[in-house]
Ligand binder design. Structure first.
Ligand SMILES: Nc1ncnc2c1ncn2[C@@H]1O[C@H](COP(=O)(O)OP(=O)(O)OP(=O)(O)O)[C@@H](O)[C@H]1O
Ligand code: SF4
Ligand SMILES: [Mg+2]
Length: 378
């Protein structure tokens, strides 16, 4: 436990400056990845998962900007934003330059697998040639050796007859095979960390299972760490060691995977778990999360989940919860951001009437105006 984490993300903030206003896509998240660990990042669509991963890789595009926080990888500052004398965010002297990111980090140390393999693979070039070129650029080897490594990698990720398939075009591969090629590409430079952004979402369940088995195998063999992004808690249960649950740009619960499932602390995580289909349930018995996630451009006051939380009380729209460790002594850290665990008067506050509390039969105070603590519209 004394070893430094491989990757450490501290108070990372990324915003998009749009005509409609500032989108606080990632709003002060912190988490760590240790060597050989698979760490999940889960949450509904729009939670900020992809912006978080592209911030770590420093691939955020305009009008987006990392405005705060630090990302440390093997002691190097991938991101290190400080406040300048003018009060504006600026890069510290320690932060890696764009060139250093390109030459030292991306691909070689940290690789990313995107959700859509067709976007990452060029349709007009053969799969093998793309893989070979990537290896040639990123590893100090000649073309012949790069080809040999490429064929090996294709075999490694379970492509049958790799010498033959080397000369296929991406469209001649199935979705699962293309995803395997992307994993091969990510592995090609033997990175210590792979960030996988919903790599199995587009695949059917059987192929998804095969990819998950493959990742387990590779993790054991190469000791590669993963950040695994998904909206699917079923996948999390299969693959992750630790999990961070995101809601509207924030991490609201963070725990060892078993604790997250069997000692769930945050109402949002609870709601996500309720919405997973189980074999013993009919579709009618499923409990989808009430309402939709509000816009990150103008997040609700207090606890951002209060507009949908079945346990919301008046204090929840006034006070912003902070992360606290609620683990029992000697157990792994279990962080949660919910006012139930703080001494701010949650116990004595009145239930807040929301779509969710109404669905659970309670609630007497309206929560229609998220930004107004006295909001009382009918
Ligand atoms: N280029 C952009 N301009 C403006 N807002 C953006 C941009 N990219 C992302 N956002 C906003 O940032 C927030 C987080 O988006 P992000 O793509 O990270 O969500 P996500 O959790 O990855 O969702 P999904 O599961 O759908 O992939 C959203 O509110 C989104 O609208
Ligand atoms: S702080 Fe309140 S609204 Fe937020 S999750 Fe906890 S109980 Fe629900
Ligand atoms: Mg995404």
């Amino acid at each position: 436990m004394t070893a430094e984490p491989l990757l450490s993300v501290e108070n990372l903030q990324t915003q998009f400056f749009t005509e409609e206003g500032t989108v606080r896509a990632v709003d002060g998240i912190s988490f760590e990845v240790n060597e050989g660990e698979i760490v999940g990042l889960v949450g509904e669509s729009g939670a900020g998962k992809s912006v978080a991963t592209s911030s770590i890789m420093r691939l955020v595009e305009s009008p987006g900007q990392i405005v705060g926080g630090t990302v440390t990888y093997k002691g190097k500052k991938i991101v290190d934003i400080e406040t300048g004398p003018d009060g504006e965010p600026r890069q510290s002297d320690e932060m890696l330059t764009n060139e250093e990111m390109r030459e030292q980090i991306r691909g070689k140390e940290i690789a990313i697998i995107f959700q859509d393999p067709m976007e990452a693979l060029n349709p007009v070039f053969k799969v093998g040639a793309q893989l070979r070129e990537f290896i040639e650029i990123n590893r100090d080897v000649d073309r012949k050796e790069a080809r040999r490594i490429a064929v090996d990698m294709l075999r490694e990720v379970g492509i049958p007859e790799p010498e033959k398939r080397y000369d296929s075009y991406p469209h001649q591969f199935s979705g699962g095979m293309r995803q395997r090629v992307l994993i091969a590409m990510a592995l090609a430079c033997e990175p210590s960390l792979i960030i996988a952004d919903e790599p199995t979402t587009a695949l059917d369940v059987t192929v998804e299972g095969q990819i998950i088995d493959l990742v387990h195998d590779l993790e054991a063999r190469y000791d590669t760490s993963f950040v695994w992004v998904t909206h699917d808690l079923g996948v999390v249960a299969e693959i992750c060691d630790r999990v961070n649950v995101m809601y509207l740009g924030e991490i609201i619960e963070s725990a060892h995977v078993d604790d997250l499932f069997y000692d769930t602390k945050h109402p949002y995580t609870e709601a996500l778990l309720q919405s997973i289909p189980r074999p013993d349930q009919t579709v009618e018995e499923l409990d989808p999360i009430v309402g939709v996630m509000p816009e990150a451009i103008n997040p609700p006051s207090g606890c951002r989940f209060h507009t949908r939380c079945p346990d919301a009380r008046t204090v929840c729209r006034e006070v912003h919860p902070s992360q606290r460790d609620e683990s029992d002594a000697g157990d792994p850290v279990h962080q949660v951001a919910c006012l139930k665990y703080e001494s701010v008067g949650y116990e004595d506050a009145q239930p807040l009437e929301t779509e969710a509390t109404a669905a659970f039969g309670g609630g007497i105070v309206e929560a229609t105006d998220a930004t107004d603590a006295q909001g009382d519209e009918a």
